[in-house]
Ligand binder design. Structure first.
Ligand code: PLP
Length: 381
Protein backbone atom coordinates (compact mmCIF):
# COMPACT_ATOMS: atom_id res chain seq x y z
CA UNK A 1 0.00 0.00 0.00
CA UNK A 2 1.23 3.45 -0.81
CA UNK A 3 0.39 5.63 2.15
CA UNK A 4 -0.82 9.08 1.26
CA UNK A 5 -0.52 10.95 4.53
CA UNK A 6 -3.23 13.41 5.49
CA UNK A 7 -2.90 16.95 4.18
CA UNK A 8 -2.94 18.03 7.79
CA UNK A 9 0.22 16.07 8.55
CA UNK A 10 1.84 16.99 5.27
CA UNK A 11 1.32 20.67 5.99
CA UNK A 12 3.59 20.59 9.04
CA UNK A 13 6.99 22.25 8.57
CA UNK A 14 9.97 19.96 8.20
CA UNK A 15 11.44 18.69 11.48
CA UNK A 16 14.18 21.26 12.08
CA UNK A 17 16.51 19.15 14.21
CA UNK A 18 16.74 16.14 11.85
CA UNK A 19 20.27 17.05 10.65
CA UNK A 20 21.61 17.38 14.19
CA UNK A 21 19.90 14.14 15.26
CA UNK A 22 21.52 12.29 12.36
CA UNK A 23 24.96 13.70 13.18
CA UNK A 24 24.52 12.73 16.82
CA UNK A 25 23.88 9.14 15.78
CA UNK A 26 26.79 9.04 13.34
CA UNK A 27 29.32 10.78 15.60
CA UNK A 28 32.46 8.84 16.44
CA UNK A 29 33.39 11.19 19.31
CA UNK A 30 32.12 11.23 22.91
CA UNK A 31 28.92 13.31 22.76
CA UNK A 32 28.04 15.90 25.43
CA UNK A 33 24.40 16.64 24.78
CA UNK A 34 23.57 20.19 25.86
CA UNK A 35 20.79 20.26 23.29
CA UNK A 36 17.93 18.68 25.15
CA UNK A 37 15.54 20.06 27.78
CA UNK A 38 15.07 16.78 29.61
CA UNK A 39 16.14 16.99 33.30
CA UNK A 40 19.00 14.55 33.96
CA UNK A 41 18.42 14.23 37.71
CA UNK A 42 16.07 11.54 39.03
CA UNK A 43 12.57 12.17 40.34
CA UNK A 44 12.88 12.72 44.12
CA UNK A 45 12.43 9.67 46.32
CA UNK A 46 9.36 11.05 48.17
CA UNK A 47 7.45 11.20 44.88
CA UNK A 48 8.52 7.70 43.84
CA UNK A 49 7.39 6.28 47.17
CA UNK A 50 4.01 8.05 46.84
CA UNK A 51 3.61 6.29 43.48
CA UNK A 52 4.61 2.93 44.99
CA UNK A 53 2.02 3.28 47.76
CA UNK A 54 -0.71 4.39 45.39
CA UNK A 55 -0.09 1.54 42.97
CA UNK A 56 -1.20 -0.96 45.65
CA UNK A 57 -4.60 0.74 45.81
CA UNK A 58 -6.84 -1.04 43.26
CA UNK A 59 -8.83 2.13 42.66
CA UNK A 60 -5.82 3.41 40.70
CA UNK A 61 -6.12 0.40 38.34
CA UNK A 62 -9.48 1.56 37.03
CA UNK A 63 -10.23 4.26 34.48
CA UNK A 64 -9.52 7.58 36.19
CA UNK A 65 -12.06 10.43 35.97
CA UNK A 66 -11.62 12.59 32.84
CA UNK A 67 -11.21 15.68 34.98
CA UNK A 68 -8.61 14.07 37.28
CA UNK A 69 -8.99 13.14 40.94
CA UNK A 70 -10.64 15.85 42.97
CA UNK A 71 -7.83 15.48 45.56
CA UNK A 72 -5.26 16.43 42.89
CA UNK A 73 -7.31 19.43 41.77
CA UNK A 74 -7.66 20.58 45.41
CA UNK A 75 -3.89 20.25 45.92
CA UNK A 76 -3.26 22.29 42.77
CA UNK A 77 -5.65 24.96 44.12
CA UNK A 78 -3.70 25.12 47.45
CA UNK A 79 -0.40 25.31 45.59
CA UNK A 80 -1.73 28.16 43.43
CA UNK A 81 -2.90 30.07 46.48
CA UNK A 82 0.50 29.67 48.15
CA UNK A 83 2.56 30.37 45.05
CA UNK A 84 0.56 33.13 43.31
CA UNK A 85 -2.06 34.17 45.88
CA UNK A 86 -4.70 33.25 43.29
CA UNK A 87 -7.97 31.52 44.29
CA UNK A 88 -9.10 28.76 41.94
CA UNK A 89 -12.28 26.70 41.92
CA UNK A 90 -10.95 23.10 41.87
CA UNK A 91 -14.05 21.81 40.04
CA UNK A 92 -14.23 24.38 37.29
CA UNK A 93 -10.93 26.18 36.89
CA UNK A 94 -8.38 23.34 37.02
CA UNK A 95 -7.75 20.46 34.63
CA UNK A 96 -4.93 17.89 35.05
CA UNK A 97 -3.18 16.95 31.80
CA UNK A 98 -0.99 14.17 30.40
CA UNK A 99 1.92 16.63 30.47
CA UNK A 100 1.53 20.29 29.52
CA UNK A 101 2.40 19.53 25.88
CA UNK A 102 -0.76 17.47 25.60
CA UNK A 103 -2.94 20.43 26.64
CA UNK A 104 -0.99 22.90 24.51
CA UNK A 105 -1.36 20.62 21.48
CA UNK A 106 -5.10 20.01 22.01
CA UNK A 107 -6.49 23.30 23.27
CA UNK A 108 -6.89 24.89 19.82
CA UNK A 109 -9.03 21.97 18.60
CA UNK A 110 -11.60 23.13 21.14
CA UNK A 111 -11.50 26.89 20.57
CA UNK A 112 -10.62 27.77 16.97
CA UNK A 113 -12.18 27.28 13.55
CA UNK A 114 -10.43 26.64 10.23
CA UNK A 115 -8.50 29.69 9.06
CA UNK A 116 -8.57 31.49 12.40
CA UNK A 117 -5.20 33.06 13.08
CA UNK A 118 -3.17 32.14 16.14
CA UNK A 119 -0.39 34.40 17.39
CA UNK A 120 2.73 32.29 17.84
CA UNK A 121 5.97 33.62 19.31
CA UNK A 122 9.16 33.27 17.27
CA UNK A 123 11.55 31.98 18.51
CA UNK A 124 9.26 29.66 20.45
CA UNK A 125 8.42 26.15 21.55
CA UNK A 126 7.69 24.49 18.16
CA UNK A 127 4.43 22.89 19.36
CA UNK A 128 2.59 26.26 19.27
CA UNK A 129 3.04 26.44 15.50
CA UNK A 130 2.44 22.76 14.76
CA UNK A 131 -0.68 22.62 16.99
CA UNK A 132 -2.03 25.67 15.15
CA UNK A 133 -1.53 24.02 11.76
CA UNK A 134 -2.90 20.63 12.86
CA UNK A 135 -6.05 22.23 14.26
CA UNK A 136 -6.72 24.07 11.00
CA UNK A 137 -5.52 27.49 12.12
CA UNK A 138 -2.93 29.77 10.59
CA UNK A 139 0.09 30.84 12.64
CA UNK A 140 0.73 34.57 12.70
CA UNK A 141 4.32 35.05 13.77
CA UNK A 142 5.07 37.35 16.69
CA UNK A 143 8.80 38.19 16.68
CA UNK A 144 10.61 38.08 20.02
CA UNK A 145 13.60 40.36 19.64
CA UNK A 146 16.61 40.85 21.86
CA UNK A 147 16.11 44.66 21.82
CA UNK A 148 12.66 44.14 23.45
CA UNK A 149 13.95 41.70 26.06
CA UNK A 150 12.42 38.88 23.96
CA UNK A 151 8.92 40.17 24.80
CA UNK A 152 6.33 40.70 22.05
CA UNK A 153 5.77 44.29 20.96
CA UNK A 154 2.02 44.39 21.58
CA UNK A 155 1.60 47.70 19.72
CA UNK A 156 2.90 46.13 16.54
CA UNK A 157 0.74 43.01 16.39
CA UNK A 158 -2.02 42.77 13.80
CA UNK A 159 -4.94 41.29 15.78
CA UNK A 160 -7.33 40.95 12.83
CA UNK A 161 -8.75 37.45 12.51
CA UNK A 162 -6.82 36.25 15.57
CA UNK A 163 -8.50 33.98 18.06
CA UNK A 164 -5.68 32.96 20.38
CA UNK A 165 -2.18 33.98 21.47
CA UNK A 166 0.48 31.60 22.84
CA UNK A 167 3.01 33.11 25.24
CA UNK A 168 5.66 31.47 27.37
CA UNK A 169 7.48 33.17 30.28
CA UNK A 170 9.92 32.07 31.64
CA UNK A 171 10.75 31.55 28.02
CA UNK A 172 12.14 28.62 26.11
CA UNK A 173 14.51 29.13 24.31
CA UNK A 174 15.62 32.66 25.33
CA UNK A 175 15.46 32.38 29.15
CA UNK A 176 13.57 35.72 29.25
CA UNK A 177 10.98 36.50 31.93
CA UNK A 178 8.07 38.94 31.96
CA UNK A 179 6.78 41.35 34.61
CA UNK A 180 3.33 41.89 36.08
CA UNK A 181 3.21 45.19 34.17
CA UNK A 182 3.70 43.34 30.91
CA UNK A 183 0.91 40.93 31.86
CA UNK A 184 -1.38 43.90 32.61
CA UNK A 185 -0.76 45.23 29.10
CA UNK A 186 -1.34 41.75 27.73
CA UNK A 187 -4.74 41.44 29.45
CA UNK A 188 -5.68 44.85 28.07
CA UNK A 189 -4.60 43.72 24.57
CA UNK A 190 -6.59 40.48 24.89
CA UNK A 191 -9.76 42.24 26.06
CA UNK A 192 -9.57 44.95 23.42
CA UNK A 193 -9.12 42.44 20.60
CA UNK A 194 -11.13 39.52 21.99
CA UNK A 195 -8.14 37.18 21.87
CA UNK A 196 -7.68 34.15 24.15
CA UNK A 197 -4.36 34.06 26.00
CA UNK A 198 -2.69 30.65 26.26
CA UNK A 199 0.07 31.25 28.77
CA UNK A 200 2.69 28.52 29.03
CA UNK A 201 4.22 28.46 32.53
CA UNK A 202 6.09 25.16 32.14
CA UNK A 203 9.23 26.79 33.64
CA UNK A 204 7.47 28.83 36.35
CA UNK A 205 9.55 27.22 39.12
CA UNK A 206 12.93 27.25 37.40
CA UNK A 207 13.95 30.79 38.39
CA UNK A 208 16.96 32.30 40.17
CA UNK A 209 15.84 35.66 41.36
CA UNK A 210 12.27 36.96 41.22
CA UNK A 211 9.38 34.50 41.14
CA UNK A 212 7.79 34.54 37.69
CA UNK A 213 4.20 35.86 37.76
CA UNK A 214 0.92 34.28 36.70
CA UNK A 215 -1.54 35.83 34.24
CA UNK A 216 -4.26 35.13 36.81
CA UNK A 217 -2.67 37.60 39.26
CA UNK A 218 -3.88 40.39 36.97
CA UNK A 219 -7.39 41.81 37.25
CA UNK A 220 -9.28 40.38 34.29
CA UNK A 221 -6.66 37.68 33.63
CA UNK A 222 -9.19 34.97 34.46
CA UNK A 223 -11.57 36.40 31.81
CA UNK A 224 -9.11 36.14 28.97
CA UNK A 225 -7.13 32.95 29.25
CA UNK A 226 -5.69 29.85 30.78
CA UNK A 227 -2.17 28.84 31.77
CA UNK A 228 -0.27 25.58 31.49
CA UNK A 229 1.98 23.97 34.10
CA UNK A 230 4.30 21.01 33.98
CA UNK A 231 5.64 18.57 36.56
CA UNK A 232 8.42 17.65 34.10
CA UNK A 233 10.84 20.48 34.85
CA UNK A 234 9.80 21.32 38.42
CA UNK A 235 10.07 17.80 39.83
CA UNK A 236 12.23 15.96 37.24
CA UNK A 237 9.14 14.04 36.12
CA UNK A 238 9.40 14.41 32.33
CA UNK A 239 8.78 10.70 31.73
CA UNK A 240 5.74 10.52 34.00
CA UNK A 241 3.59 12.75 31.80
CA UNK A 242 1.81 15.00 34.24
CA UNK A 243 0.81 18.64 33.91
CA UNK A 244 -2.25 20.82 34.38
CA UNK A 245 -3.97 23.93 33.15
CA UNK A 246 -5.90 26.52 35.13
CA UNK A 247 -7.91 29.63 34.41
CA UNK A 248 -11.06 30.63 32.55
CA UNK A 249 -13.75 28.05 33.23
CA UNK A 250 -15.30 28.12 29.76
CA UNK A 251 -11.95 27.45 28.13
CA UNK A 252 -11.14 24.72 30.66
CA UNK A 253 -14.54 23.11 30.03
CA UNK A 254 -13.99 23.21 26.24
CA UNK A 255 -10.67 21.39 26.62
CA UNK A 256 -12.22 18.85 28.99
CA UNK A 257 -15.07 18.17 26.55
CA UNK A 258 -12.57 17.65 23.75
CA UNK A 259 -10.32 15.40 25.84
CA UNK A 260 -13.26 13.25 26.89
CA UNK A 261 -13.20 12.09 23.27
CA UNK A 262 -9.44 11.63 23.01
CA UNK A 263 -8.00 10.09 26.16
CA UNK A 264 -9.13 8.45 29.36
CA UNK A 265 -7.27 10.43 31.95
CA UNK A 266 -4.01 10.11 33.85
CA UNK A 267 -2.97 6.89 35.62
CA UNK A 268 -4.26 7.28 39.19
CA UNK A 269 -0.97 6.40 40.89
CA UNK A 270 0.73 9.20 38.94
CA UNK A 271 -1.95 11.61 40.13
CA UNK A 272 -1.23 10.61 43.76
CA UNK A 273 2.49 11.10 43.10
CA UNK A 274 1.63 14.57 41.74
CA UNK A 275 -0.22 15.42 44.97
CA UNK A 276 2.83 14.50 47.03
CA UNK A 277 5.13 16.45 44.65
CA UNK A 278 3.18 19.68 45.15
CA UNK A 279 3.39 19.43 48.94
CA UNK A 280 7.18 19.68 49.11
CA UNK A 281 8.90 23.05 48.63
CA UNK A 282 12.37 21.93 49.77
CA UNK A 283 13.13 19.82 46.74
CA UNK A 284 12.39 22.65 44.30
CA UNK A 285 14.81 24.99 46.13
CA UNK A 286 17.56 22.39 45.68
CA UNK A 287 16.72 21.97 42.00
CA UNK A 288 17.06 25.74 41.46
CA UNK A 289 20.49 25.73 43.14
CA UNK A 290 21.72 22.94 40.86
CA UNK A 291 20.65 24.75 37.67
CA UNK A 292 22.02 28.09 38.90
CA UNK A 293 25.42 26.51 39.61
CA UNK A 294 25.53 24.83 36.20
CA UNK A 295 24.44 27.99 34.37
CA UNK A 296 27.17 29.94 36.17
CA UNK A 297 29.77 27.42 34.95
CA UNK A 298 28.47 27.61 31.39
CA UNK A 299 27.94 31.39 31.26
CA UNK A 300 31.40 32.14 32.68
CA UNK A 301 33.03 29.53 30.45
CA UNK A 302 31.38 30.70 27.23
CA UNK A 303 31.94 34.39 28.05
CA UNK A 304 35.62 33.74 28.61
CA UNK A 305 35.93 32.37 25.08
CA UNK A 306 34.18 35.30 23.46
CA UNK A 307 30.52 34.23 23.30
CA UNK A 308 27.93 36.94 23.95
CA UNK A 309 25.84 35.39 26.73
CA UNK A 310 23.92 36.69 29.73
CA UNK A 311 23.01 34.62 32.74
CA UNK A 312 19.26 33.94 32.30
CA UNK A 313 16.82 34.98 35.04
CA UNK A 314 14.98 31.68 34.70
CA UNK A 315 14.84 28.31 32.85
CA UNK A 316 17.80 25.97 32.40
CA UNK A 317 18.74 27.34 28.98
CA UNK A 318 21.46 29.68 27.79
CA UNK A 319 20.64 31.57 24.59
CA UNK A 320 23.93 32.48 22.95
CA UNK A 321 24.35 34.87 20.08
CA UNK A 322 26.62 33.55 17.30
CA UNK A 323 27.87 34.61 13.89
CA UNK A 324 26.48 32.97 10.76
CA UNK A 325 23.71 30.39 10.23
CA UNK A 326 22.87 28.57 13.45
CA UNK A 327 22.43 25.15 11.84
CA UNK A 328 25.93 25.29 10.32
CA UNK A 329 27.33 26.48 13.63
CA UNK A 330 25.72 23.66 15.65
CA UNK A 331 26.77 21.12 13.06
CA UNK A 332 30.40 22.24 13.14
CA UNK A 333 30.41 22.44 16.94
CA UNK A 334 29.15 18.87 17.13
CA UNK A 335 31.55 17.49 14.52
CA UNK A 336 34.61 19.25 15.97
CA UNK A 337 33.96 18.97 19.71
CA UNK A 338 31.16 16.46 20.28
CA UNK A 339 29.13 19.17 22.08
CA UNK A 340 25.49 19.34 21.03
CA UNK A 341 23.71 22.71 21.13
CA UNK A 342 20.33 23.41 19.53
CA UNK A 343 20.38 25.74 16.48
CA UNK A 344 18.16 28.78 17.02
CA UNK A 345 16.55 28.40 13.58
CA UNK A 346 14.77 25.32 14.96
CA UNK A 347 12.67 27.68 17.11
CA UNK A 348 11.68 29.89 14.17
CA UNK A 349 13.30 32.36 11.79
CA UNK A 350 13.86 34.95 14.54
CA UNK A 351 15.95 32.34 16.35
CA UNK A 352 18.57 32.64 13.60
CA UNK A 353 21.87 34.00 14.88
CA UNK A 354 21.54 32.14 18.20
CA UNK A 355 22.12 28.69 19.63
CA UNK A 356 20.56 27.23 22.77
CA UNK A 357 22.54 25.35 25.39
CA UNK A 358 20.70 23.41 28.09
CA UNK A 359 22.21 22.57 31.49
CA UNK A 360 20.21 19.38 31.99
CA UNK A 361 23.54 17.51 32.24
CA UNK A 362 25.91 16.89 35.17
CA UNK A 363 28.34 19.66 36.23
CA UNK A 364 31.37 17.64 35.12
CA UNK A 365 30.00 17.24 31.60
CA UNK A 366 29.28 20.96 31.37
CA UNK A 367 32.85 21.73 32.52
CA UNK A 368 34.20 19.30 29.92
CA UNK A 369 32.03 20.93 27.23
CA UNK A 370 33.37 24.36 28.17
CA UNK A 371 36.95 23.15 28.02
CA UNK A 372 36.45 21.60 24.57
CA UNK A 373 34.71 24.75 23.26
CA UNK A 374 37.53 26.91 24.65
CA UNK A 375 40.14 24.95 22.67
CA UNK A 376 37.94 24.89 19.58
CA UNK A 377 37.04 28.55 19.75
CA UNK A 378 40.62 29.77 20.07
CA UNK A 379 41.51 27.54 17.11
CA UNK A 380 38.62 29.15 15.13
CA UNK A 381 39.70 32.76 15.73
N1 PLP B 1 6.28 24.25 27.19
C1 PLP B 1 7.56 24.48 26.95
C2 PLP B 1 8.00 25.88 26.69
C3 PLP B 1 8.48 23.43 26.90
O1 PLP B 1 9.77 23.68 26.66
C4 PLP B 1 8.02 22.11 27.12
C5 PLP B 1 8.94 20.96 27.04
O2 PLP B 1 10.08 21.03 26.74
C6 PLP B 1 6.66 21.92 27.38
C7 PLP B 1 5.82 23.01 27.40
C8 PLP B 1 6.09 20.54 27.55
O3 PLP B 1 6.41 19.98 28.78
P1 PLP B 1 5.66 18.69 29.33
O4 PLP B 1 4.73 18.20 28.27
O5 PLP B 1 6.72 17.73 29.65
O6 PLP B 1 4.88 19.15 30.54
Amino acid sequence: MLLDRSLRLKSLPEYPFARIDRLKKEAKVDIIDLGIGDPDLPTPEYIISALKNAIDNPITHQYPPYSGYSSLRCEIASWYKKRFDVDLNPDKEILPLLGSKEGIAHILFSIINPCDYVLTPDPGYPVYKSATILSGGIPRIVPLLSKNGFLPDLDNIDPNGCKAFFLNYPNNPTGATCSLDFLKDLVHFARKNNIIILFDLAYSEVYFDEKPPSLLQIDGGMDVGIEFHSFSKTYNMAGWRLGFCVGNRDIIKSLLDLKTNLDSGIFGAIQYAGISALKNEGFVDEMRKVYKRRLDILTDGLSSCGFKVDMPKATFYLWASIKGPSLDFSEKLLKDTGVVATPGIGFGKYGEGFIRFSVASPDERIKEAVSRIKKWHSFQQ
